[in-house]
Design a protein. Structure first.
Length: 129
């Protein structure tokens, strides 16, 4: 058990279990506790990057630019990339099962080709090591 739970739910009776009298305002005495450990719902977190342009009084238009690593209309982030790398290289999970797990568990749509591409990127990043 942890001393610092994330949530505490308190159960106090409002009515007497024998005569049915209203007891909700009476002092409560602590009897015991139980804890449930669970994993929070994990779902994809989408970040949209928008680029705008401005027109100067001289007539020149200057356009904002995307960050260096945002180079496609849709891409997967570093956490997704790391999880796929871990599942494949450390847990030896095949592509089709990684795809199934990401879709079923996280609602994350990805193809086997997408998984292959992410693993290629990870390999390139790891090459210097």
């Amino acid at each position: 058990m942890t001393q610092t739970p994330d949530e505490i739910v308190i159960y106090t009776p409002d009515f007497c279990g024998k005569c049915g009298s209203d007891i909700h305002q009476l002092h409560s005495e602590f009897v015991g506790k139980r804890q449930v450990i669970d994993i929070p719902v994990v779902q994809p977190f989408y970040v949209e990057h928008q680029v705008y342009k401005k027109t100067c009084s001289c007539g020149h238009q200057t356009c904002g630019s995307y960050p260096k690593n945002i180079n496609a209309p849709i891409s997967y982030g570093a956490n997704t990339e790391s999880l796929i790398g871990y599942l494949f290289a450390r847990q030896y999970v095949p592509f089709n099962r990684i795809k199934e797990m990401l879709n079923d568990t996280f609602g994350l749509p990805i193809s086997e080709g997408g998984i292959h591409e992410l693993l290629n990127r990870l390999s390139q990043k790891a090459a210097p090591a």
